[in-house]
Design a protein around this ligand. Sequence first.
Ligand code: HEM
Length: 168
Amino acid sequence: MQELYTVSVAVHIVTVCLWLGGMGFLALVVVPVTRRPALRSLAPRLVLETGMRFRSVGWTCLAVLLITGAFNLYCRGFGATELLSPWFWRTDFGFALLLKLALFAFVLALSAVHDFAIGPRASALLIADPESAAALRYRRTAGWMGRLNALLALAIVWLAVVLVRGWP
Ligand code: HEM
């Protein structure tokens, strides 16, 4: 069982790297590069195609984080009985987990709206008429949702470190 637990924590951490790294690559590399004059005409299509590809990678990562996270908890001795007991959430570990899971739920909701509604709509409007007011509005909204998601992800990583090493 110890081997499985170690593998689960390793998979959990590698998945975080892939998810956070992918978001960072899109925001810090793909989007800025597509804004260069030489690539501007290709930008809406390129952002749509890379965004759609990363959408499936991102949601797979979120599913793996939920599964390995639940297994990590189980290996630490926290099963349904503990998770359903109010005293558990009042412990230092339980409170850090509560905040982590609350942010995780918010990231899931924000990702769903961004990935399945605002993002595709922004790309469709930018492909149809890149200079239209609606296209620019949706692009700005999609951008801010992506940045907020990245910030929340960093807050989750901090809470994860607190989970393992205790509150500072
Ligand atoms: C976006 C989502 C998530 C991120 C970014 C994330 C990040 C991390 C990181 C970086 C660690 C390693 C911390 C360290 O060793 O210092 C960790 C550990 C852990 N995570 Fe997550 N996590 C996420 C979702 C979840 C979920 C949904 C759960 C529970 C269902 C969970 C439960 C755990 C547990 C129990 C550990 C401790 C592992 C151990 O025993 O060492 N995580 N997480």
